[in-house]
Design a protein around this ligand. Structure first.
Ligand code: HEC
Length: 97
């Protein structure tokens, strides 16, 4: 029983760590085109990137777009784990805060 509690505690910590990972992941993998504020770097805007903070997409659509890419945006499925894509989608949905 103690062991189970410990395992659950570890899982909870891992989930929190994953959620907190989104800002760092975003600046590593996304900010080149989208800018740290999500509004798009000049290069990103030239490729057609829109202001990510103004999107009205559902969480599911965000996950799909990040996984499969779109237009000049590369697909991230296989480069990031599903959990990382999920947490990035949440981060974008939350206005990059
Ligand atoms: C090489 C540049 C580039 C990188 C890197 C990049 N994107 Fe994009 N992204 C784009 C472009 C360009 C678009 C616009 C695509 C279109 O509509 O043609 C876009 C669109 C999007 C959209 C909106 C899709 C829609 O339906 O309007 C989301 C959400 C998004 N990107 C998230 C991310 C996330 C999260 C990352 C990092 C994991 C990322 N992008 C990395 C260039 C990039």
């Amino acid at each position: 029983m103690k062991r189970l509690a410990l395992a659950l505690a570890l899982l909870a910590t891992a989930a929190v760590a994953r959620a907190d990972e989104a800002p760092a992941l975003f600046s590593q993998k996304c900010a080149v085109c989208h800018g740290k504020d999500g509004k798009g770097t000049p290069a990103g805007q030239k490729m057609g990137a829109k202001d990510l903070t103004a999107l009205k997409l559902s969480h599911e659509d965000l996950v799909k777009d990040i996984s499969n890419g779109q237009g000049k945006m590369p697909a991230f499925k296989g480069k990031l784990t599903d959990a990382q894509i999920e947490s990035l989608a949440k981060y974008v949905k939350g206005g990059l805060k």
